[in-house]
Structure formats: structure tokens, C-alpha cells
Design a protein around this ligand. Sequence first.
Ligand code: AMP
Ligand code: MG
Length: 492
Amino acid sequence: MRIAFDNTYAHELQGLYAPCQPYQVAAPSLVFWNQALANELGLAVEDADIPSLPAVFSGNVLPQGATPIAQAYAGHQFGQLSPSLGDGRALLIGEVLDCQHRRRDIAFKGSGRTPFSRNGDGKAALGPMLREVLLGEAMHALSIPTTRALAVVSTGEVVYRDQVLPGAVLTRVAASHIRVGTFEYFAARGELESLKRLAAYTITRHTPQLQAPQLHWLDFLREVSQRQAALIAQWMSIGFIHGVMNTDNMTISGETIDYGPCAFMEAYDPHTVFSSIDHQGRYAFGNQPHIAQWNLARLAEALLPLSEMPPEQTLAEAEAVINSFPNMYHQQWLKNMRAKLGLSSANDEADSADEMLAQDWLELLQVNKVDFTLGWRYLADAAEGDESRLRNLFADQSALSIWLARWHARLHAEETPSATRANSMRQHNPWLIPRNHRVEEALAAAINGELAPFEKLLAALKSPYQETALYADYAEPAPEEMTMNYQTFCGT
Ligand code: AMP
Ligand code: MG
């Protein structure tokens, strides 16, 4: 198999990473292969290459041109700076230009110890890697920027966690793996030259409109903030809880990364937390926009040494960008809410009325413990005059009626035919999300060597807007007891 690597990070940023080889695995076997993504990347995978995929994507036989490196990064984890994290169980093996000439990283996760592994084994278990496949592909199908899985190879070895688990290596594709924490690493060490090189590289790669002669660090900060505002607003509109929004898990590209303890919300409640280690609810669903802003403030701090302005002005300008984040976020959120509510016009005068309409709807969902996904989805039926499925979800019918009357009054201000509106709403309000009980069921079977449930769920999640009897079970909410006791783990 030929991969046309073009490895700029390794070639241009020497000193900002540690070269490192993947470890050899005992008995590699291909568990998941993403042919659509391989095509998108322009990988020339012929039929004759299929038998070699396990060896290649376990790291046993690196493709020609790969330059495996462990990237250095730091990170604020639950608010505390860890000045040296880095790729402890991942390796960037190279970059390619995909069919649309976008630069994409190809990286292994679970490929053994690196100079950044500290006490970890550098390895990954099969269950969490398949979880990353399911959640990442679901997010992709929902048009949310995300890293994606190209392959999962089981290693034929076990990894030791609180249980003995089958090991695996995941191949991850990303717009890049540069994080807020990458900047923090060099800023924390006072390595100004490295910081400058990283900034120049990142700007060229992700915001080329801001390229030299000067380092437009402030515009860069603003652009990264815009991307995060758009991303988090998308998470908030589909009920996605990342679960571990540490600064090392926030990309500069604006892609969702690190599918560890993430999960989708069932009944709407902004306090929802599933991660077993998030005791204070720092990363609760409703806290995500606030945390994004907090993380961007850490990026701003890391970029300050690049400024050529007087210190006071530097601080004031950086603060102004960070303080504008709530508004950036709010604009994106309102745009998404309008689409979900079936509103097409966005005149400024209606802003506060539309916002109230959306907020009151969310409150109604919360008070009535309505499933977030189905509540929105069945609202599309109501746009066409069929309220039956929607009404079944609500205990308080009169509160629902009052809200629906307001909503209809607002809809009448637009001239969209109701069928057109309902169809458009169905494009913004998915029928299927990766329900926690279905994900767990599929993973439990896969770990026992039975891949059919994983494959069926994955196939279903690829068409989240399409209602079909075939996948009706996947649309059902989890039993309430399951959701109440559900916990997710980092998968380390
Ligand atoms: P994560 O929770 O995946 O965001 O990882 C946080 C940090 O812990 C990163 O620096 C990882 O490289 C490191 N890490 C996670 N799991 C392992 C492991 N099994 N071995 C070594 N390092 C790890
Ligand atoms: Mg991480």
C-alpha cells in the first residue's frame, strides 16, 4: 500500500516532539476499517493490500515515508496545569493531503510507550477504541467537525486496567493534533523560539489568511475562538457531552477530539455528567460553553509572549477577544436553535423573542424530563400538524400547549410551507444518536468477539436523520435507571 506522506510537522518543527517507533504487537487482526475515509484520504488501497492492513495499522510494518513522532504538549486538567503531558500513548505517523487538498494527520493511538508515557503503558483497550469509532462516526454523520477513525486493529495481547482487557491500536485522522495544550507546553517552559515556530506553523496550516510577515497572534486567537464557539454550539444543539474538556483535549482546528468519557444526553438536563472522574460537574453539559471560554483564556495566556505591543495593551486586547466569546457562542447557538425550531428568518429584532422561545422550550423539556433527541425530532411532526408523538413525551400537556401556541404564532410570521419546514427541521434534529445503552451493548459483544451488533449500530449511526423500522430500537431512549447510574471512563 502506498501512502503519499507529506510530513511537515516532523520536518519543520524539530525539537517540538520526540521521534519514536510503535511497539510490535503479537497477533494483529483488523476489527474496523473505514474504506470511505481511506478513499477521502486518497490512500491507494488495492484488494491485494487488504491482507497487509493489520500489520500496517498495528504499527508492525510502517508504510514507507512514515516519520513517527510523539508530540509534546501540556494541559490544564480539571483546572490544574500539567506542564508536561504529550503523546503518551499516541504517535503521529505522518500527514497526507486528502482529495480536497486538505492536510490531514494520520496517527496511532495505543501504539506503545513514548518518552511522554510517564507511568502509563502506552497501550489502549479494544472497547474504548471501538467507542471512539462509534462516537466519532456518529458526530461526523451529524456534520460536526471531528477527528475520525480509519482503522482499529486488535493486537492479540491483553492490557491491564482494573480488568484484563483485549488490546488494540486505533488509527486516527485529524485536521491536526495541535491543541491549546501544545502552546501551553512551550509557554510554560519559557521557550519563546519554539513557541514562535509553533505559532507560525499553526497559522500557516490552520489560518493561512493570517500568515507572515507578522505573527498575527491576536487574529489567530479570535479565529480559534470562533471555531470553538461554532463547535460547542453544535455540541449543545445535539446533546453531546465531551466529558473531559481539558486544554490538551481542545484542538486548534476546531475539531472534536478525544472520545474518552463522552456521551450523549438522554432526558434534557444541563447538569448531566457521565464521567466517573468529574466529581464537581466541571464538564457538565450546560457548562461546556463556559469551559471553552476558560480554555481559550489559557490559549490567550500562552500566546501573550508573542506580542510586540506594550504589555498593558497586549493584555487588554487579549481580554477583549476572550470577553467576546460568549457573544460569538451565542450567535452560533441562536442560529442552530432557529434551524431546530424550523425558523428560517434571522432578523435582529426577533433575536430576543426567538431566544426566549428556545429557552422556554428547553425549560419545558427539562421540567418534563423529555428525551432531548426525540423532543426535538417530534417537534418536526408538530410543524406539520401531528402532535401525537410529541404529546406522548410530556407530562404537563397544558404547558406544552401554551408553548406550542407561541411557536405557531412565530412560525406564521414566515411563509415557509409546513412540509418544507418539517423536512428542514428533520435535517437539523436527528432521529438517531449513539444511545449509551446501545453503545455499551455493542462494545460488550465486540469484546467477546461478536462484531455484528457494533457493525449494525455503526451502520445505523451513519444516517441519523433517516427514520427506518430497521433501526427503530436504536431510537428508543435508555431505561431511566440505566441513565441514572451510567458512568463513563477515560479509557486510559
Ligand atoms: P487523555 O485522557 O487521553 O486525554 O490523556 C491524557 C494524557 O495521559 C495524555 O498525555 C496521554 O498521552 C496520557 N495517557 C493516557 N493513557 C495513557 C497510557 N495508557 N499510557 C501512557 N500515557 C497515557
Ligand atoms: Mg487527550
